[in-house]
Write a protein that binds this ligand. Structure first.
Ligand code: ADP
Ligand code: MG
Length: 564
């Protein structure tokens, strides 16, 4: 085929392919337009997974009658006019591509009325061409209805997932923008059913409650950078470590109020949770960054969903520090839930009841507000009273009774000790009196080869001894009296997940080196353990993210004994 310039229609469809990937992309563009128009109320409706209908109605500034046609021209925008403007974009849109792209792959109708104009305009487009135009009454604002999406692009249509999945993506987009703009009231109707709505009261906490629910909102901590991070301001909310999720869907980032995907920001947040969440778990976070527009390039992605920071390191540090600070300063100590005032019950039964609640509250803390005291990173000085069930240390603090899980607490201590030793390259090792042999399977042998140096850095001295046998000459001192063999086996089974390998070794050492539940401890041992726990950087959780201690406050005690 000879080279030739493609006809306008083909060009439009190719370009549309970049902007409109699926129904949710249409929703995103239309919602962004509504926000740019200063709307305070935005209604999104979807039918048939967004393929039959997507309609977005706003009460924004509207489009003047004589500009309506232009809005559907490619590269026509009211938001920038020069290259210089590209350096400091304050709007969500700027490419002038959304409306023409959507019109290229769907049937579109728009009713709009500009503030200050007496009447509105109705237009309808087929295949990107305007086929109707008339005046129509409307209050200021804009409604865009998009029907039969991708009917003229069968390849795209085939690629779409089930209506339920597409609906999920649509709900995702609306949720994210609702989180980014708490001052805007959003409503989402899917197949005629109200699936989401926010009040637009302007508080992020309200939006989080409306979108993620009360239980989640209750466990969110406020993030604030308070001016120490230079031009980058960080705000938002993050979940306490008790609120972990299996995936990264609950991480939202807004850069100058634009919803973006960002590996950098994801890493910064996850870094801040380091050691507080179980490996493989992810936090809940809503983080808004505000920085001077020239500091961030928003023009690197056709759907504008990625940005590039000019100073990535500053941004990374600012986010990581702000989140870490929020966690350390406000992290709640799980506390024994409010014990219901019950009629007299025999003491034994009563005790059991309290323990049941303790067990429950560890999993889903839902205590009365005053028991959710934010504690500073460090523990108060605790006085050890004794041991309970050979598993828990009972201690008195300035503000109540503390129960410390001896195993979890010791895990935290070991984890931090080993980390510190490694940082100083001074890991304590313990030589074995006689070298032990360790036989490994072919798969384990492979893992062993990959990680021999890393294992050595933790204090394992392992020498190849034949094809699938190793001689173990020394082990990390923390495992010296413990079960180093199980730890080693567990690591070899863990496979070759490079990213989390170091973390896995640390956790495994902590777990196998820590004193077991069910072991009687002397008073001295308990006191030493509590002193060491007080000195750790994150005394409130074990490396798996479980609590190391719970507290029964003085207030709860007096309520329980009906002294108040
Ligand atoms: P962009 O948003 O990049 O400018 P669009 O194709 O999305 O490009 O929109 C083109 C123009 O149409 C916008 O610049 C804006 O002036 C106008 N417009 C689109 N949607 C709305 C709306 N909901 N309210 C007011 N004006 C709108
Ligand atoms: Mg736009």
């Amino acid at each position: 085929m000879p080279i030739r310039v493609l006809d306008k229609k083909v060009v439009a469809q190719i370009a549309a392919g970049e902007v409109v990937e699926r129904p949710a992309s249409v929703v995103k563009e239309l919602v962004e337009n509504a926000l740019d128009a200063g709307a305070t109320q935005i209604v999104v409706e979807a039918k048939g997974g967004g393929v039959s209908l997507i309609r977005v109605t706003d009460n924004g500034s509207g489009i003047p009658a004589d500009e309506v046609e232009l809005a559907f021209e490619r590269h026509a925008t009211s938001k920038i006019s020069s290259v210089a403007d590209l350096q400091s974009i304050h709007s969500l849109g700027f490419r002038g591509e959304a409306l023409p792209s959507i019109a290229a792959v769907a049937q579109v109708e728009m009713v709009t009325c500009a503030v200050g104009e007496a009447t509105g305009t109705f237009v309808s487009l087929e295949g990107g061409v305007m086929v109707q135009r008339r005046t129509q009454a409307r209050a200021p604002g804009t409604t865009v209805a998009v029907r039969q999406l991708f009917r003229n692009v069968p390849a795209r249509l085939k690629f779409l997932k089930s209506a339920a999945t597409e609906n999920n993506h649509i709900a995702g987009v609306v949720s994210q923008y609702a989180l980014a703009y708490p001052e805007v009231a959003f409503m989402l109707m899917i197949d005629g059913r109200k699936t989401l709505s926010t009040s637009g009261r302007g508080r992020l906490m309200d939006s989080i409650m409306e979108i993620y629910g009360l239980e989640t909102a209750r466990q969110m901590l406020e993030v604030k950078s308070d001016g120490w991070s230079g031009p980058v301001e960080v705000s938002g909310m993050v979940g306490a470590p008790t609120l972990s999720r299996a995936g990264r869907d609950y991480l939202s980032f807004f850069v100058n109020r634009r919803w973006v995907n960002s590996r950098l920001l994801t890493r910064a947040v996850e870094e801040a949770y380091h050691g507080l969440l179980t490996v493989g778990k992810h936090p809940v976070a809503v983080i808004a960054l505000s920085l001077p527009p020239p500091e961030v390039d928003v023009n690197i992605h056709p759907a504008k969903s990625e940005v590039k920071f000019h100073n990535e390191r500053t941004v990374f540090m600012a986010v990581q520090k702000a989140v870490r600070q929020a966690l350390v300063e406000q992290m709640p100590v799980p506390s024994i839930g409010e014990v219901a005032t019950a009629p007299y019950a025999p003491p034994v039964q009563r005790e059991q009841e309290i323990w049941n609640r303790v067990a429950v509250s560890g999993r889903s803390p839902q205590p009365a507000v005053d028991t959710f005291l934010p504690l500073t990173a460090s523990l108060p000085v605790l006085r050890v009273i004794g041991q309970l069930m050979k598993s828990y240390i009972v201690a008195e603090g300035p503000d109540g009774l503390y129960l410390i899980d001896q195993h979890a607490a010791h895990e935290r201590i070991i984890l931090e000790q080993v980390k510190a030793q490694r940082a100083r390259q001074a890991v304590e090792v313990q030589g074995l009196l006689a070298p032990a042999t360790l036989e490994v399977s072919p798969a384990e042998a492979q893992v062993m080869k990959w990680h021999l140096t890393e294992l050595a850095s933790f204090g394992f001295t392992l020498e190849p001894f034949g094809e699938r046998t190793y001689l173990v000459r020394a082990v990390p001192a923390v495992l010296g009296n413990g079960d180093w063999l199980s730890a080693l086996r567990e690591l070899l089974d863990a496979g070759n997940d490079k990213a989390s390998w170091t973390e896995k070794v640390l956790i495994s050492l902590a777990c196998h080196g820590a004193v077991r539940s069910g072991k009687a401890l002397t008073d001295d041992e308990m006191r030493a353990l509590v002193r060491q726990l007080e000195q750790t950087a994150a005394p409130h959780t074990c490396p798996h993210g479980r609590p190391t201690l719970i507290r029964l406050s003085a207030g709860q005690l007096s309520r329980e004994f009906r002294r108040t």
